[in-house]
Write a protein that binds this ligand. Structure first.
Ligand code: NAP
Length: 249
């Protein structure tokens, strides 16, 4: 895999789970990684940064909520002042508040859409100007298999992730002429804190519909992020890469 030396990457939701794996992988390839999380996750993000540094990489922690426009813009300004550019944005921060549609509360819909969809749009908008200035950029949106296929009990989450696919395709078309590539990755059932609390019965039902018969790992998602961020994928934009063990084909 080619080097990301000299590249500045912002990974949202990098305190744990898939975002942590992505941050470790990008840093291992030479990128300076800005690890975002909410104020709740700072300690964990600092631990990720320690691991990055002990492996010879570098980065910094930047806590802000992706759903708050002012905080996003301020954080991006601070990163630019300190590092001069943002070449790679990985919109990974996400939440899932599952409920049957008839019982879903307004607040659950708003929180999910605000974090997963609006948060990704706000971060993308904030980095596009510096990317244009740098005449290069890569944006990778972490959507979900349920954004492609739907899932009972996940109306808000599925809608937010399907919306992210629409955002990905539109930004790809708007920004291609500026040498900014925008792609999405749609993970299937991945072993993280988001899935750890699912009842065993729900997990075994899920595994039955995965031809590969197992959950995926954060590393398996991070490997694809690394590829999309690298110069090994320079003619790829507007695509959704499904990584789901055959769950949705
Ligand atoms: P996770 O373990 O629950 O981690 C979520 C991350 O998002 C944490 O770092 C969290 O930070 C951060 N976050 C949440 N709200 C935020 C906000 N408003 N602003 C900034 N950061 C915020 O989740 P995961 O399983 O790694 O999932 C990562 C992404 O992959 C999500 O977009 C998820 O929808 C997607 N995905 C996951 C799966 C799966 O099976 N796990 C499948 C498909 C797609 P704090 O530590 O501060 O809370």
């Amino acid at each position: 895999m080619s080097s990301l030396k000299g590249k500045i990457a912002l990974v949202t939701g990098a305190s744990r789970g898939i975002g942590k794996s992505i941050a470790l992988e990008l840093a291992a390839s030479g990128a300076f990684v800005v690890l975002n999380c909410t104020s709740r996750g700072v300690e964990k993000a600092e631990d990720v940064l320690k691991t990055i540094r002990s492996n010879g990489g570098d980065g910094m922690v930047k806590a802000f909520s992706v759903s708050d426009s002012e905080s996003v813009n301020q954080a991006v300004d601070e990163i630019l002042k300190e590092k001069g550019a943002i070449h790679i944005l990985v919109n990974n921060a996400g939440i899932a508040k599952d409920a049957l549609f008839m019982r879903m509360k307004d607040e659950e819909w708003d929180d999910t859409l605000n974090t997963n969809l609006k948060g990704s749009a706000l971060c993308a908008r904030a980095v596009v100007r510096p990317m244009m200035k740098a005449k290069e950029g890569v944006i990778i949106n972490i959507t979900s298999v349920v954004g492609e296929m739907g899932n009972a009990g996940q109306a808000a989450y599925s809608a937010s992730k399907a919306g992210l696919i629409g955002l990905t395709k539109t930004l790809a078309k708007e920004l291609a002429s500026r040498n900014i590539r925008v792609n999405a990755i749609a993970p299937g059932f991945i072993d993280t804190e988001m899935t750890v609390d699912l009842p065993e019965s729900a997990k075994s039902e899920m595994l039955k519909v995965i031809p590969m018969g197992r959950m995926g790992s954060g590393k398996e998602i991070a490997d694809a992020v690394l590829w999309l961020a690298s110069d090994k994928s320079t003619y790829i934009t507007g695509q959704v890469i499904s990584i789901n063990g055959g769950m949705y084909v």
